[in-house]
Design a protein around this ligand. Structure first.
Ligand code: ZN
Ligand code: ZN
Length: 341
């Protein structure tokens, strides 16, 4: 028996439509959930993604790629299979992929979060029979604070550093985290600089018509003195932070869901951690699974086996995506009626 979606060495594949979702290798046809590097890889012949993924996809995969873009909820059919993209709330343009064929509905979540970050379209649950969910933070110990709580922590830290004449260096992923910070942090009465990798993205998104607060590009010519008391946004990569050496009095803050997760490891790369993730925490994953109404859930990325085991405890059918092809047929044979309320 072949499934509507299969797991192959090139990634998630729909044989009926001959198209892959976030393929890990070059393929003919690829639907891309979002523009992060582990989902959007170069070299495929034709791409399809949400229109807000376009600026970053062209920047990262090549300006000339063959790319068709769609709106959320706009459906298109390939060889009888109906596809549509729905907001995943993860980063700008991120989408869940709904796949329907002969009354059977599968949804591939891509990466997602349920908290509204005030920049990308908020997550929308999509009813389906089979849900393929990411489980990056699929352990019960992962529990996020409301976004505003973390933004307030960051704001207070920045203002305190400013009052002490220190430069605040705030680090996080350039795509996703930085736009989220910029949109949600208050307007400070001191300048906000950004590393060139962040500015490049920022400019592309603004050119595409997306609204983001201004940042000042960080330049070689900036001295420790000129950055005193200011906020600088940067990426965690070491190469991006050579400029840090010129600072004398500064504090490095790091924004990630992983902050505090491994208490025993000593972090020397930052002074202050802020638990801010663009993925779902444990409760959000459970809520999302429940809202799909799916009886069959495949897990991918992160704590796949742990979360799958938990779902089975909850009475659902669940396996890790990697084991999909060894799945006994009963896993998707008896699909219940979808409750479309
Ligand atoms: Zn991602
Ligand atoms: Zn990812």
């Amino acid at each position: 028996m072949s499934h509507l979606l299969e797991y192959t060495r090139k990634g998630i594949y729909c044989p009926q439509a001959d198209i892959y979702i976030d393929p890990s290798r070059r393929v003919e046809n690829a639907i891309i959930t979002h523009a992060h590097g582990d989902h959007a890889r170069p070299g495929s012949k034709h791409y399809l993604a949400h229109k807000h993924s376009e600026p970053v996809l062209r920047m990262r995969l090549g300006e000339q790629i063959s790319l068709r873009t769609v709106e959320y909820g706009e459906s298109f059919t390939i060889n009888g299979v109906r596809f549509s993209l729905h907001p995943a709330g993860h980063i700008i343009g991120s989408a869940q992929i709904r796949v329907e064929y002969k009354g059977e509905v599968w949804v591939v979540s891509g990466d997602y979060k349920l908290q509204n970050d005030n920049f990308c379209a908020p997550f929308e649950p999509v009813k389906c029979h089979v849900f393929i969910t990411e489980t990056t933070f699929g352990l019960s110990k992962f529990k996020w604070q409301p976004q505003q709580t973390v933004i307030d922590e960051i704001t207070n830290w920045t203002i305190k550093n400013h009052s002490e004449g220190k430069t605040s260096v705030l680090m996080g992923y350039a795509l996703g985290k930085m736009q989220r910070l910029l949109v949600n942090l208050p307007k400070f009465d001191f300048p906000v600089y950004a590393h060139s990798s962040i500015v490049k993205l920022h400019d592309r998104l603004c050119e595409a018509g997306l609204q983001l607060p201004d940042v000042i590009p960080l330049k070689q010519t900036h001295t420790a003195n000129s950055l005193k008391g200011c906020l600088v946004l940067s990426q965690p990569s070491a190469a991006d932070n050579l400029w840090l050496r010129k600072l004398t009095d500064y504090s490095v803050g790091f924004c990630s869901g992983w902050v505090g997760a491994f208490e025993k490891k000593k972090h020397t790369s930052y002074h202050q951690g802020f638990v801010l993730s663009d993925h779902s925490d444990w409760d959000e994953l459970n809520t999302a699974v429940k809202e799909t109404g799916a009886q069959c859930i495949y897990t991918t990325h992160g704590y796949t086996s742990e979360f799958s085991k938990w779902l089975r405890v909850c009475g659902l059918q669940s396996k890790e995506l990697e084991n999909m092809n060894n799945t006994s047929e009963q896993m998707v044979m008896s699909l219940p009626e979808l409750n479309n309320d």
